[in-house]
Write a new protein. Sequence first.
Length: 235
Amino acid sequence: MPYNLLMDFSFDFAGRRTRKRAPRPGQLFDSGEAGIAWPLELEKWIVDPLHLEVQRLSMPQYRHENYRSFPVQREFHEYILESIEERVGAWGPKLAHHCVSRHHLPISKAIKLVPKGARANALRHIRGELELAIEENGEVEWLPDIAVAPACFGLPFATHVTSPECMACPLADLCSNAVRVASDHMHGSYGALSPVQQNRKMNTRQKTKLRVRKFRAGKQTLASDCSQQPEGIPM
């Protein structure tokens, strides 16, 4: 899901509620009170905006020459194939847009959607678009593996080797090595994996010690006052 669409829907959903102030970042997403309504409204809202966004999507990570069989890439292919099959229009232009213009799908994968009787016309249209595309720009943008890695790659706090996402990731082994190198570097340079988190823990401990010290001092003062015998009252 494109991030800009997620933000658009979040503001739209938050704006429907009675508010005196604009929502904060933590109030833009699903909460306990909207646990059912939020995903249902998102599913209804996202249909047309997502289709338009994908139609003009030109990120090289989603071009078929950079396909690495990542889960997100497989889901993207499934969405494109379903969209081609569900949307009204001639097969040739629909396939040419995603296979030639945007490079979202290989022709061999998309042509299977077309009924056998219509494949000849679709391929004829695709060949014409392919010749024009080669004349305009014959270069293919190949990316290294690291350029198509997920955003969590190599982040110690984001990696969980037993999670379904990490187990399905083709770069899991490389990610584990990167996490090990990053962790060793942070411990060697700063003595902690996260200096910021370490400082927060130290501040919390110091504040806790200060509160305990004040509490004990208060108890000692109270005990001292209670232990003093009252002076005799003259008769």
